[in-house]
Design a protein around this ligand. Structure first.
Ligand code: GLA
Length: 380
C-alpha cells in the first residue's frame, strides 16, 4: 500500500469519513555545499523519494487534532489560539512551530483533523523534520486556500525550527523539500534564494548509505560551528562568510582562533566547490565531480571536523570502488547520518557488495542502503 493510501485509510478509521485532501513533502539529500547555507553560500541538494504524507480535512473551529501513525497512533489536540511547547509529544512541536509561523501572516486559518506518517529515516541527515514541516505547511495552505509559495513556506519552516523547536538551521532543507524537481538537483544561492535546476546525469544512481552511527551532541556541535563561522566573519569585518575569499582569510589569520580559521576555510572552499560541481555535472565531467566530492569530504573531515571514523571508513570503501568514475562524500549536518554517492550503473552492484561485505566488518555497524530518485517538492 502506498503511504498516501495508508494515511487516507487511517484517517477514515480515526475520523469516520474520507479526508478532504492528502499531501506529501519529500526529504532531501545534499550533493555538495555543507554548512554553507547559514553562511549565505551555495548548496546543491535534491529532493528524494522518501517523505511525509498527510491526510486532512479542515474544521469549522480552531482545534487541531492530529494522529501520528509512526508514534503508536498518538493523538495530540490543541487550539490554534493557545499553542504551547509539548515536552511529552516532542514530534508535535514541528506542527506547533510551523502553525505559529504561518499565523504571523495568516492569523485566521481554520483548525484541522489530520493523520501523518513518514518514511524518511529519522536522525539520518535526510531531513525528516523539514519534510514534516513542509508537508504541514502544504496541508494548511491547501485547506485554507492561502497564496503561500515554496520560498515563503521554506522560510516559515525554518522559522519554526529556529524560534520554536530550538535548532538554528539554515534554509536548505526546507527549501529543497518545497521546491525540488523530478530528476533534478537544485543549485540554491542561500543569500538571494535564487534557484537553478540541473538535471542529474543519466546512467548514474543516487546511492545513499546510512552509517547508522548514533548521533550525539548534534545540536550543540551544529550551533558551535555556526558561532565559529560568525567569529571568523566578524574578524574579517564581513556580514557573512559568503563575501570572504582565501586571500582575505590568510590576511586575517593571525587575528582569529585556529578553529575559526579552519571553519572559515571549509566554508570558503566549499562554496567554490559547489559552483564547480554544478558546472562539472552539467558538462558531464565525471572525474572533476569525483575530485570535488572527495575534496568536500576531506574538508568536512579536516577543517570543519564534522565526520566520524565510521563515516570516513564508509566513504573510503565506496571511493575505492568508484575511483574517478563517480563521487562520494558525507551528506547533511554531520556527526553520523548518511553518505551520498553518484554511482554509474556499471559499478552499482560492485559498490553495493563492497559496502555490504566491508562496512560492518570494519566498524561493527550495519549500514542501510537506499538507491534514490530525485523527486518533486511539495510547492514546485
Ligand atoms: C542541516 C541543517 C541545514 C544545513 C546542513 C548542513 O541539515 O538543517 O540547514 O546547515 O545541516 O549543510
Amino acid at each position: 500500500m502506498s503511504r498516501q493510501d495508508l494515511v487516507t485509510q487511517a484517517y477514515q478509521s480515526f475520523f469516520g469519513q474520507a479526508p478532504q485532501l492528502t499531501c506529501h513533502a519529500p526529504g532531501r539529500v545534499n550533493l555538495i555545499g555543507e554548512h554553507t547555507d547559514y553562511n549565505g553560500g551555495f548548496v546543491f541538494p535534491a529532493a528524494i523519494n522518501f517523505g511525509t504524507d498527510i491526510a486532512a480535512s479542515s474544521r469549522d473551529d480552531r482545534t487541531v487534532n492530529v494522529r501520528a501513525l509512526d508514534f503508536d497512533n498518538q493523538l495530540v489536540s490543541f487550539s490554534l489560539d493557545d499553542i504551547q511547547f509539548d515536552n511529552t509529544h516532542s514530534w508535535s512541536n514541528y506542527i506547533r512551530g510551523v502553525l505559529i509561523a504561518l499565523m504571523k501572516d495568516y492569523p485566521q486559518i481554520k483548525g484541522a483533523d489530520f493523520v501523518v506518517s513518514g518514511n524518511v529515516p529519522q536522525g539520518a541527515g535526510l531531513s525528516s523534520s523539514a519534510s514534516f514541516e513542509i508537508a504541514i505547511l502544504k496541508c494548511f495552505a491547501s485547506l485554507n486556500a492561502l497564496p503561500l509559495d515554496g520560498i515563503q513556506a521554506a522560510l516559515k519552516g525554518q522559522q519554526a525550527e529556529n524560534e520554536f523547536v530550538g535548532c538554528s538551521c539554515g534554509i536548505m532543507d526546507q527549501l529543497i523539500s518545497a521546491m525540488g524537481k523530478k530528476d533534478q538537483a537544485m543549485l540554491l544561492d542561500c543569500r538571494s534564494l535564487e534557484i537553478k535546476y540541473s538535471a542529474l546525469p543519466a546512467g548514474f544512481n543516487l546511492f545513499i548509505v546510512n552509517s547508522n552511527v548514533k548521533r550525539g551532541l548534534v545540536d550543540s556541535e551544529y550551533n558551535l560551528r555556526r558561532q565559529q563561522c560568525e567569529e571568523a566573519a566578524q574578524v574579517m569585518e564581513l556580514d557573512s562568510l559568503r563575501d570572504a575569499d582565501l586571500t582575505l582569510l590568510e590576511a586575517n589569520k593571525a587575528k582569529m582562533s585556529d578553529v575559526a580559521y579552519l571553519r572559515a576555510r571549509h566554508v570558503i572552499t566549499e562554496n567554490e566547490r559547489t559552483l564547480a560541481m554544478c558546472e562539472a555535472l552539467n558538462k558531464g565531467e565525471t572525474a572533476k565531480v569525483s575530485a570535488l566530492m572527495r575534496a568536500s569530504h576531506m574538508s568536512m573531515k579536516n577543517d570543519f571536523a564534522i565526520t566520524t571514523s565510521q563515516i570516513d571508513e564508509l566513504v573510503e570503501i565506496i571511493h575505492q570502488q568508484l575511483g574517478e568514475e563517480g563521487g562520494v562524500r558525507m551528506t547533511g549536518g554531520g556527526f553520523g547520518g548518511c553518505v551520498v554517492a553518484l554511482v554509474p550503473d556499471h559499478l552499482l552492484t560492485q559498490v553495493q557488495q563492497a559496502v555490504e561485505t566491508q562496512y560492518q566488518a570494519k566498524t561493527g555497524l550495519k549500514e542501510s542502503i537506499f538507491i534514490c530518485t530525485a523527486e518533486q517538492g511539495a510547492f514546485a
